[in-house]
Design a protein around this ligand. Sequence first.
Ligand code: VAH
Length: 320
Amino acid sequence: MKKILVLGAGGQIGSELVPHLRSIYGANNVVATDVSSARCEKLAGEGPFELLNALDGKIFNDVVRMYRIDTIFNLVAVLSATGESNPRMAWNVNIGAVTNSLHIGRENGCAVFTPSSIGAFGNDTPKVKTPQDTIQRASTTMYGVCKVAGELLSDYYHYRFGVDTRSVRFPGLISYVTAPGGGTTDYAVEIFHAAVQEGAFTCNIKAGTYMDMMYMPDALRSVVQLMEADPAKLKHRNSFNIAAMSFDPEGIAAAIRQHIPDFRISYNVDPVKQAIADSWPDSMDDSCAREEWGWEPTYDLPAMTRDMIEKVREKLSKSK
Ligand code: VAH
């Protein structure tokens, strides 16, 4: 990777992936793009930024050629819960972005990374230690339909046109930099801000609902590690299961109480998000990612909780 373009740079992943990539490849070699400049002021102040709607193929192609891009990170996504409020828009945005990324990647000789998700699995998928290769009837959410389609399209462009496409199935990502954006796993981010600010949290996912989760630093490292991996060793491409931890709301509440002893959790379940969470795996088998490109998580639940509480406290004290 030498000249990188990130689509959707202002989102939860992009807000941290762009600085991470710039720290490795040089600020001027990582072009942040987003449909909104308002949420990219910091990124624009630290390196190249272009206002770009990923659905506008002509401008997208012009930007790729202008900067001589060799790697496209397509992070454009309408997330699971938001997607259910407007499925047609979610399809148009998610599939429009991935098809433009693949077509423009093919035209310009770029590698293309489009993340998938645990959302690419559905009710018929084995829930515990979900295999790398298994049934993906993710037809209960438009997000899942888009993620499965994105995986198939990315593999198709690799096998039909030789495009270097690679991706991972992200768990729920936990970070302190951006506010959650319409996902089913958002509770695992919101709980930290509530714990630090109020010492209590009302959770919209019921106790006993296990989902794969990952701390953002591990997610960022996985992306670079996969994109830099020896292609000859990749038996899979789109998309690798990667896992770090699996917990339910009571589990993360207990981890928080190690730092905030009086922390209290209560429940007001969101039926839409609960139905989505129930359709997703409890835990994924990530042995293929470990074997084919050396994936290894570094943050478990205690380590992530300790760092999140410290960082959220720092962020709140700076905002006062
Ligand atoms: C969501 N945070 O909840 C996203 C993610 C695995 C979950 O895809 O929709």
